[in-house]
Structures are given as structure tokens and as C-alpha cells.
Write a protein of this length. Structure first.
Lengths: 161, 228, 617
């Protein structure tokens, strides 16, 4: 699916300030993050002051202001996952990848995102990546998952064009 | 057409315009309700919570901020009960522990009866009162600064952290900021923060006549409504 | 299917659809909800679909991909009617056998049946399973009849008949009166009498009004609303329509949390399908009622579950709550009178209108009527979504439905109501699930989250967890919430890291009291609850942390040491290999040793050890 352009995202929304969050969500979905350029376009198109766009983009966790890694590991920090030691998992992930939540690894492959509840509480602790849900995660399973993803990325790079 | 109502504040029956905030009503009359984020010519957001009062409805007291409570006929409000004084003292304690390096904040702490600070001091240079943001948005409509982020990471900033060309450099933000007034004995270095008791402010006098306006320097320096 | 222009056309369509299905002898319901998807139910569904077709059973068998059944840990889950046969932990490879043996020959496949972990017994039908037996699944059971992406399923199951009944002769005043008499109270956490809310909104001046469905469900550990919205969106829509007619609204919004993509998708499909049939739009079913619904997505902010913050978010602004000196039923969305209710509240409305308020009021306690969906999770054997009548004791929920403690540890406490609620110790489990009873005990039903904790949970750590959560989610506008929670967290962190002082407990209580009274919104006002309730019931744990510098549950890292039990250690070397800090030394086949100075207590060795030889002191 080809990503939408900023113009396509603004279609049907022009001069409607209350569409700000929906517009930013489409930008996030299509570009993976909200750039300065995108914010300016949204500001002009909707008729919302730039300060307000920036304010909204920085308030909601769903919006990233910097590009994410190729694989975003979303880790659930909800109560049910917490009593099943999700904190340990997070510490393990940050340790193995060397980045804090919100940052990207130097090879651009991974970033970690904390989320407050994915709603699959009976199956915790949960880690999702690229749309796949992994349940009953342990530090050991997580280490293997990261290595598998890293391997896949390397395989893709090594495939002759 | 202006409508007038009578409200009862601390037993005094006061005649004021309908819809005027209780805070404005009290301050105009001469009853001092401590406040920080309220500025007479800007909107009220109820952020600092210092102006809390007891709003008595059907025999029950609701704690609410007087800057967002609008006068209605027959409203009864108490501004200086033991309960309110304790709440205000605790709020002011939090503020001064967060940012002791401001004479305005120190004065507010003294005015609200803070005698000791039970939290480790921090030396922040912004208490997020929002006066600067509202001045920029409402007075000059430049919208060059605003609140960004959330919770602990909430701060005042320009879009993308860079001063935009539509900032009119009017200085209204600086003028209204309580942090620009340093303590009388000079700025406190990190590690040396304390609850100052030496200010020249006339607030100390108010201990004898609590609740009434003393035309304090604090109010003068940052646009209390009494001076408006 | 063409647009329905009258009640008669709706009934006609219903009859038509039922006729089309009269050849169906067997229904196979497979769960496609988020939980079972994580257990790969999509593959199971495809396999079952293929097998039904390949074995030539298509004309008489109906495969229905339903929403969540509530027993997520047993997924993928399937129910076969007639017979109420319950299969769990299904894999795609089982599909052939299921169709061939069970569907065609009526034979039960024993290995796919549910085995109760407490008694060891196998159960054939869903209704016999202890987990389900003690429940009263008024709303959740409706998930079984419908594919959420099929409005036909909903109509065949009797859907929209409450709307038709209401539009064909019940006045808004009568509806509100019925809801008032039923005793329905808000299911999102506030527990406000729904009838009164609708009445105040209807009386508010203005003729532009709104209804909103709050599907933000921010409480971590709660997923009831996800289940209802994902699994039966039309039920929620129908409730909203009835409410809109009652208060005089012509536009509604469903505000769905960003982290629920399936719920967003299913709500959008439902709205589109309803629009196509004319159940949304102008002159619905030929009446004078016009109503439209839009779906709004959250941006990842717990505070947007608060009504004024939610409305700000729908308006495209930051989710900062505003003071509620004037209520939102008078001044709400776009400054117009707005009725905001939770998903589960809306979902209860159609059945109240169909069965009457006395039917609803016949369940529950004097002040808390009807049933409540709870998300039962944590350290018990059976976790999942349960629905019980109000007044059911917590003990029944945790032990009869939940099956008691997992791993043989003793249940210690239950946390109800999410970050706004509190922890209740096991000796208070006779308390009933009731709005006022739980509130008086220092907790609350809240949205329905119920997390069970055992002796391996440190209650001070739980308080810290919730404070961290709330600090992260606070909008930051007001001083008591922003600075108060920060300082409470500072104190509790000191306590968990061995720096606690006895006078800090009094300070903590005083600060908690101040925050709860002066905060601007519900998030701040209820933020002290986890701290206050754990202090009230588990003060001994706090004191152990402060006076003895010990964590009785073995959780707080600064106060514990990991060591290897030499009697249990076989010297296999697994822990040595897994230790990230190289803190374990030992020779093969000899008991290994952990160097406490290097150990960071990450817990990997403990989770990898197959002999349970790693202990915590």
C-alpha cells in the first residue's frame, strides 16, 4: 500500500480544526513519525496555529516526533503484565539493545515503546512487533525474538538485488 | 445589560456582577485569596489551585478554585477555614520546594503559612503557572510559546524549540513571570536552597489580620487584581 | 439489502434473514478477538473454514467468527451449538478432526476439552465449566451469537428491536424514567445514576446536543470495553441511539483508544453498515429521529478517559481536563449539552428497554443493580473476562470463578478499579462487588479491573507502580497532581530503596489527603487511592521496608539478595550462561554461587532455572 501524501491526508479536512488529532494520526501511520514539514502542512491546511499543532503532537504518546527503528518493540506495562514481571522484560530489552524507550538503536533497526495496556491482559506479559502479538514473554524468549528480527534484517540486506 | 448578584464570602454579603469569579469578587472587596496563575486581564485556568475555597452547597462543602467559580445569587463561600488553610499551606509547600529561587514563590509560601519544607529542595526555574503562555496567546495573539509535553515533562517552549519569527518580542511573557523576581539575598545556589524568611514583603503583617489585603509588594510586583 | 424505511421493513428483513438460515443445523463459533488472535486464532479460523467446505458441510453449518468469549488464556476457543460443546487450545491441525468427528458424527474429541486446573475434571459444555458457571453473562453471552462485522447476525439475533420499540411510541421522558427506575449506574468508574444524567442533559437549554461513548478504557489490566466493542459494536450503537433519542441529540461520537485497532475497525464497519441500512442518518425507520455517529481515535493518553479531557480530544485539542463547576451535561462537547457514558453502560440499555426496568433491578443490591463485567487477571488460575451480578462477593469471583491462586502461593490481595482504586486484603473478600461497599472500604469498582496478587507481590511496589503510571499520564496542568504525585512517588521510592524514615508515612498521608481534595480532575483526585489503601491495609509491609530495610515479598531490588540453594542446584550451568553480568560462578555438576556485588537482580537466572534452585532473601 503506497503511503498517502500530505495532500491526500488533508483532503476533506481543510479548515476543520477539530480534525487535528485524526490528521496527525494519519501522518503518523503513513510516515512513522510527525516531521516539522508535516506539522506545518497540517497547521496551514486545518487553520490551526503551529504552536497548537506542536502542542498536540507532543502531548499524545501515539505521536512520535522522531523516526522509529525498523522494528518497534511495543511492551505492555499494564497492571496485569506488571505482576507478571513486565518491568524485568523492559530492563532486559533496554539492556540488550542499549537504548531507552523512545530512542533508536544506532543501526536503526530497533526502538522500544512502552504502552500502558494492550487489552490482552490474560496473556501477559505481552510484546508486540510489526503487528504480531507475543504472549507470556520471558527474558529468554525476548532475547531470541530480538535475535530473530536482527537476523531477518540482515538476511534482507544480504539478498542480492 | 449587567446583572448583579449578592454572594456571601466569609460572612460578608458582597454585591457583584453575575458571572464574575469569586476570586475577583473577593480581591476587589479587599479579602485576600492567595493566587499565582491568575492575572486580571487573562483567562483563568485553575492550575495552581492556591485560590481554593469551600463552596457550601446544601450543607456540604465542595473544595473548588475561586478563579473558576462564578458568582451566582445566594452563593456562600468560605476562604479562610482551617481546612482551607491547611490545603493551601501544603500546596505552597510543594511550590516552594520545587522552585525556591523566586521571591514571589517564597512570599506566597509565607503568606500561606508554610513554616517548614518537608521535601528535598529542587531548583527548577519554571512552575508552569502558564501566565506567559496565556499572555502570548490572549494579549498579543502571537502564539509563539505554549505548553508542550505532558505530566513530568510538561514545559513551556517554542514550536520545535526555536523562537519563531512571529514572536513579537513584546516581553509580556517575561514581565508576568514570577520566577524573574529573585530572592532579596540573591539567587540561591543549588544545594543552598531554603525557606527564606527575610523578605521585605509586607506579608508578615498579615499574620495579625489574616485574610485582608495589605497592599503587599508581592501583589504589586506581579499584577494582583487589587492593583488593577 | 436496501434501506429500511419503517419498523415493518425491519421486521420483514429479520424474518427474511432467519428464513435464509433455516437450513443451518450447526453453528461453529470461533473466537477472533484480540486475545485469541495472539494465540493464532486466525489460522484456526481459516483451517476450519476450509474443512467445512472441503467436507461438503457448507449448507448446514454456519461458521461464525465472534468477538471475545472472555476465557483468553484457553484460546483459541470454539463453541459448537447445538450441544454447547466447548473446545479450547485449538490448533489449525485439529480442524479436520473437529469437522469430521464432532460435526459429522457427533463425537467429542476429549483432548480438546477444557480441564479444570483445580479439580482435574474435564468438561464437555461451556455451561458446566466452573469458570462460566458462577457468572451471569448478560452482555458477554451476546458475543457468541454475532460476527461483529455482520449486521445481519445482529438483526437475526434480535438486534435493533429495542430501538424499533422505542421509536414507535415511547417518549423520551418515558425512556428516561425507565432507565432511572432500573437503577443503572455508570459502568466506567464514576457509578453516576445514568437516568439522572440523561434527565439533566435533556433539561439543559439548547437544541444541539451530543452523546458520546467513552471507549478509552485506560485502566491498565482492564479490557472489558474492548471485548464488548470489538465483539458486538451494534449493541453499543443501539444503546447510544436510544440515549440520543431520549436526550435530544442528533450526533454521537465513539471515542476509541488508539491501542485497540480492532475495536476501531469493527466500530467503523458497524457504523457504515447501520448507515447503509438507514439505521443511522435521517428519519430512522421512518420516524422523526435523525442521528449520525463518528468514530474518534484516542492519541495514547490515559487522562483522555476523563470526560472533559475526552471532549477536548474530540475537539482536536490536548486532553487537558477543565474545571467542572458547570457539568458537561450542560456545557460539554463544543460547549453543548453532552451525555457521555461508558461502553458497558450503553450496552445495557437495549435489554432494559426490551425487558423492563424491574427485570434489570431484580439483580444486584439495593443501590447497585444489574451485572458488571470484570477483567479478572493476575496471579490466579483462571484469568479472563467475567460478568457477575452486583452483590457477588469478591471471594466468589477470585476463588470460584478464578480458581484460586496459581503456583500454589497464597492469595494476598485484590486490586480493583485500576489506578483510581485500591487494594483490598484477602480477609476482606467477603465484601460484595457493589459501588458503595467497595468505595467505603477505600477502593472502588472503577471500570471493572480486578488484579489478584499473591505473596510474591510487594504492596509498596504496587503503590509505586501506580504512582509511576499516574505521573506518566498526568496532564501536568495543576500543582497537586503534577508536584504532589511526584513527591509521593519520591517518598515511596525512598521506602522501596531502603531510605525510608518513619515520619515519611505521616507526610505521605497528609500529602495524599491534600492531593485528593485539591486536584483539578478525577485523575489527580483519585491518584492517592493506591497509596492510601495499601497504607491502610498493609502498613506492616511499609514498616518492614522502613524499619528493618526488608521487602517481605522479595521484590524491591535494593532490599533483596539472590542466592542459590545448594541442595537444589544440580550445577547444570544454565544460570551461569544466562547471567548478563557474569555474577554466577561454578563448576559443572557442583552447586553454583551468585556474587551479590555483581548481581543486578534482573531475574533471568530465576526464570531459566529448571530446578527452582534460585532463591530470594
Amino acid at each position: 500500500m503506497t503511503p498517502k501524501t500530505l495532500d491526500q491526508i488533508m483532503e476533506g479536512r481543510r479548515s476543520q480544526p477539530n480534525q487535528l488529532i485524526e490528521a496527525l494520526q494519519d501522518v503518523q501511520e503513513n510516515y512513522g513519525y510527525i516531521s516539522e514539514e508535516a506539522m506545518k502542512a497540517v497547521s496551514l491546511g486545518l487553520g490551526v496555529p503551529l504552536m497548537e499543532v506542536y502542542r498536540v503532537a507532543s502531548f499524545y504518546k501515539a505521536f512520535r516526533l522522531r523516526p522509529a527503528g525498523k522494528n518497534v518493540l511495543t511492551m505492555c506495562m499494564g497492571t496485569a503484565c506488571h505482576v507478571r514481571s513486565s518491568r524485568l522484560l523492559l530492563d532486559h530489552a533496554t539492556g540488550q539493545l542499549g537504548v531507552k524507550p523512545g530512542e533508536v538503536t544506532t543501526d536503526g533497526l530497533f526502538s522500544i515503546q512502552q504502552v500502558n495496556c494492550l487489552g490482552a491482559c490474560a496473556l501477559g506479559p505481552i510484546v508486540t512487533e510489526n503487528g504480531s502479538y507475543h504472549h507470556h514473554m520471558t527474558p529468554g524468549k525476548l532475547r531470541k525474538l530480538i535475535e530473530t528480527l536482527r537476523q531477518k534484517a540482515e538476511d534482507r540486506q544480504n539478498v542480492p538485488t | 445589560m449587567l446583572q448583579y448578584v449578592n454572594v456571601n464570602i466569609d460572612g460578608a454579603i458582597i454585591h457583584t456582577t453575575k458571572g464574575n469569579s469569586i476570586l475577583n469578587t473577593a480581591v476587589e472587596y479587599g479579602i485576600c485569596i492567595p493566587h499565582l496563575c491568575h492575572v486580571p486581564y487573562l483567562s483563568d485556568i485553575g492550575a495552581c489551585r492556591l485560590c481554593v475555597v469551600e463552596h457550601v452547597v446544601n450543607g456540604r462543602s465542595n473544595i473548588t478554585t475561586s478563579c473558576t467559580l462564578n458568582a451566582e445569587e445566594g452563593m456562600a463561600v468560605m476562604t479562610n477555614t482551617d481546612r482551607i488553610r491547611k490545603l493551601r499551606r501544603n500546596l505552597a509547600e510543594l511550590l516552594v520546594a520545587q522552585a525556591p529561587n523566586s521571591r514571589a514563590i517564597q512570599d506566597i509560601a509565607v503568606r500561606c503559612g508554610v513554616k517548614e519544607v518537608r521535601y528535598p529542595f529542587r531548583n527548577e526555574d519554571c512552575v508552569l503557572c502558564g501566565r506567559c503562555v496565556r499572555a502570548c496567546t490572549e494579549l498579543w495573539k502571537a502564539r509563539a510559546i505554549g505548553f508542550v509535553g505532558r505530566g513530568k515533562n510538561r514545559r513551556v517552549d517554542y514550536p520545535f524549540g526555536v523562537r519563531p519569527d512571529f514572536c513579537k518580542q513584546c516581553g509580556a511573557c517575561v514581565q508576568l513571570c514570577p520566577m524573574t523576581i529573585t530572592p532579596c539575598n540573591g539567587p540561591m545556589k543549588p544545594g543552598e536552597e531554603r525557606l527564606c524568611g527575610n523578605c521585605e514583603s509586607q506579608l508578615m503583617i498579615s499574620e495579625n489580620t489574616p485574610g485582608s489585603c495589605t497592599w503587599c509588594k508581592l501583589g504589586e510586583s506581579f499584577a494582583c487584581g487589587r492593583y488593577a | 439489502m436496501s434501506r429500511l424505511n419503517s419498523f415493518r421493513e425491519l421486521e420483514h428483513l429479520r424474518e427474511q434473514l432467519r428464513n435464509q438460515r433455516k437450513n443451518i443445523k450447526t453453528s461453529v463459533m470461533v473466537c477472533g478477538g484480540t486475545g485469541c488472535r495472539a494465540s493464532r486464532s486466525q489460522a484456526v479460523i481459516e483451517a476450519v473454514r476450509n474443512e467445512i467446505s472441503q467436507q461438503g458441510l457448507e449448507p448446514t453449518v454456519r461458521l461464525c467468527v465472534t468477538g471475545c468469549h472472555g476465557f483468553c488464556e484457553q484460546g483459541p476457543v470454539m463453541i459448537i451449538e447445538p450441544g454447547n460443546i466447548f473446545y479450547c487450545h485449538i490448533s489449525p491441525e485439529d480442524a479436520f478432526e473437529i469437522i469430521f468427528h464432532t460435526l459429522k458424527k457427533g463425537q467429542i474429541i476429549d483432548r480438546l476439552l477444557y480441564t479444570d486446573p483445580v479439580s482435574g475434571k474435564s468438561y464437555r459444555t461451556e455451561s458446566e465449566i466452573p469458570f462460566y458457571r458462577a457468572q451471569d453473562r448478560q452482555i458477554l453471552s451476546q458475543n457468541l451469537n454475532v460476527d461483529p462485522c455482520s449486521i445481519e447476525d445482529y438483526i437475526v439475533a434480535g438486534g435493533y428491536s429495542a430501538l424499533a420499540k422505542v421509536l414507535s411510541g415511547i417518549t423520551p421522558e418515558e425512556i428516561i424514567s425507565e432507565i432511572k427506575t432500573s437503577g443503572l449506574r455508570g459502568r466506567g468508574g464514576g457509578g453516576f445514576p445514568t437516568g439522572r444524567k440523561w434527565s439533566e442533559c435533556k433539561e439543559a437549554p439548547g437544541d444541539e446536543k451530543y452523546v458520546i461513548c467513552n471507549a478509552d478504557e485506560g485502566d491498565p489490566g482492564a479490557y472489558m470495553d474492548r471485548c464488548v466493542l470489538e465483539g458486538n459494536p451494534h449493541l453499543v450503537l443501539e444503546g447510544m441511539m436510544i440515549g440520543a433519542w431520549a436526550v435530544g441529540a442528533r450526533k454521537g461520537y465513539v471515542y476509541v483508544r488508539n491501542e485497540y485497532p480492532l475495536a476501531v475497525k469493527h466500530s467503523r464497519i458497524a457504523v457504515e453498515q447501520a448507515r447503509d441500512l438507514g439505521l443511522l442518518g435521517d428519519n430512522i425507520l421512518g420516524s422523526s429521529f435523525s442521528f449520525n455517529v463518528d468514530i474518534a481515535r484516542g492519541g495514547g493518553a490515559f487522562v483522555c478517559g476523563e470526560s472533559t479531557a475526552l471532549m477536548a480530544s474530540v475537539e482536536g485539542k490536548v486532553g487537558e481536563p477543565r474545571p467542572k463547576d458547570v457539568h458537561t451535561v450542560v456545557d460539554g462537547l463544543f460547549h453543548k449539552p453532552t451525555t457521555l457514558n461508558n461502553v458497558e453502560t450503553w450496552a445495557n440499555v437495549p435489554s432494559i428497554m426490551l425487558n423492563g426496568s424491574s427485570w434489570f433491578a431484580s439483580k444486584g443490591t439495593p443501590k447497585s443493580k444489574g451485572t458488571k463485567i470484570l477483567a479478572l487477571t493476575g496471579r490466579i488460575k483462571n484469568t479472563g473476562l467475567v460478568e457477575v451480578a452486583m452483590g457477588t462477593p469478591i471471594r466468589t469471583v477470585v476463588f470460584d470463578i478464578g480458581g484460586g491462586a496459581a503456583d500454589g502461593k497464597a492469595v494476598k490481595a485484590v486490586q480493583t478499579g485500576g489506578p483510581s482504586g485500591g487494594c483490598l486484603p484477602v480477609d476482606m473478600f467477603d465484601l460484595a462487588v457493589d459501588f458503595d461497599v467497595l468505595a467505603e472500604a477505600g477502593s472502588m469498582i472503577g471500570s471493572g479491573g480486578m488484579v489478584v496478587m499473591d505473596e510474591s507481590s510487594c504492596m509498596v511496589d504496587v503503590a509505586k507502580y501506580f504512582l509511576e503510571f499516574l505521573q506518566d499520564e498526568s496532564c501536568g496542568k495543576c500543582v497537586p497532581c503534577r508536584l504532589g504525585i511526584d513527591r509521593m512517588l519520591e517518598i515511596v521510592t525512598d521506602i522501596t530503596e531502603g531510605r525510608g524514615r518513619p515520619d515519611q508515612l505521616d507526610l505521605l498521608e497528609e500529602l495524599a489527603d491534600t492531593v485528593s481534595q485539591t486536584a483539578l480532575c478525577g485523575l489527580g483526585k483519585t491518584a492517592p487511592n493506591p497509596v492510601l489503601s495499601t497504607l491502610r491495609y498493609f502498613r506492616a509491609e511499609y514498616e518492614a521496608h522502613i524499619k528493618e530495610k526488608k521487602c517481605p515479598a522479595g521484590v524491591c531490588r535494593s532490599l533483596i539478595t539472590y542466592f542459590i540453594d545448594p541442595d537444589k542446584c544440580t550445577g547444570c550451568g544454565t544460570c551461569l550462561r544466562e547471567c548478563a553480568n557474569k555474577a554466577i560462578t561454578g563448576v559443572k555438576k557442583e552447586p553454583h554461587v551468585i556474587d551479590a556485588a555483581l548481581c543486578i537482580k534482573c531475574g533471568i537466572c530465576r526464570s531459566e532455572c529448571k530446578f527452582d534452585a534460585i532463591r530470594v532473601a
